[in-house]
Design a protein. Structure first.
Length: 263
């Protein structure tokens, strides 16, 4: 399993496919395997580079210091380590924060951006949701109950009412071999709540696509559209039949949107 040894952590990553480089940055509590529904079709078109962010997956130590700036710097170090001069950067949710900060701190590495279900901050509503989830995890809430709370926030009711899909994602979560610790989740939540990209968003100077899920309750489509208007020249698209986990519910439409801007 490839890993980049940095001064304060061992950064695990996946490197698949060939073609134009595409860095995929996952969201809160998610690692490289969160891209599984779209990994194969994207790797058919791009060199896909998928790190396990600080605080998740096989990156160690899992519960070390965490901030959006630090994750962005980790991504920059990984691209340089792999000899990638410029990459398209796809960030989902918290990963969208990282992508924006990567463009601000390391502009020479970023060729274009795809920002999915994200904005310039967590906002008060989402901050409260994430804080409550961290508190429940800290208190030792039953894992299945905790994941049901998470799934209610990121999937459409239609997805969750399909027994096969609901049971599959629950089984995956409960049996995942690299679970996130409560402390690591708390540190990621703190990083998300502390992030404020309002000063950076107007300075984004690369082609950018903002993607929203029509039924997202964390980053509603209208909020994503307003976010897109703050980015000079950004395009905006809504994917129907999806909530926050856009790439899981509508992988085909998601890949099509990415290919249009990043290929």
């Amino acid at each position: 399993m490839p890993a980049l040894e940095l001064p304060d952590l061992s950064l695990h990553y996946e490197d698949r496919g060939s073609g134009p480089p595409l860095l995929l940055v996952a969201g809160l509590a998610s690692d490289a395997f969160s891209w599984l529904p779209v990994a194969t079709p994207l790797a058919a078109r791009f060199r896909t580079i998928m790190p396990d962010n600080r605080g998740v997956g096989r990156t160690r130590p899992q519960d070390g210091p965490c901030s959006i700036d630090a994750i962005a710097d980790d991504c920059a170090a990984l691209l340089r380590h792999l000899g990638v001069e410029r990459a398209s950067v796809l960030g989902h949710s918290m990963g969208g924060f990282v992508a924006q900060r990567l463009a601000a701190r390391h502009p020479g590495l970023v060729d274009r951006l795809v920002l999915v279900a994200t904005g310039t901050s967590a906002g008060a509503r989402n901050a409260a949701t994430f804080e409550e989830m961290a508190e429940k995890l800290d208190a030792g809430e039953d894992a299945e109950r905790w994941f049901r709370r998470l799934f209610d926030a990121i999937f459409t009711r239609r997805f969750l009412d399909d027994p096969a899909k609901a049971e599959a994602v629950m089984a995956w979560a409960l049996n995942y071999p690299w679970p996130q610790s409560a402390r690591a989740f708390r540190r990621q939540v703190d990083a998300v709540i502390a992030y404020d990209g309002s000063a950076d968003v107007g300075a984004i100077a690369v082609p950018t696509l903002v993607v929203a899920g029509r039924e997202d309750i964390l980053y509603p489509a209208e909020e994503c559209e307003a976010f897109a208007r703050r980015i000079p020249g950004a395009a905006f698209t809504v994917i129907e039949g999806a909530a926050h986990a856009v790439h899981t519910e509508q992988p085909g439409a998601f890949v099509d949107a990415v290919v249009r801007v990043a290929a």
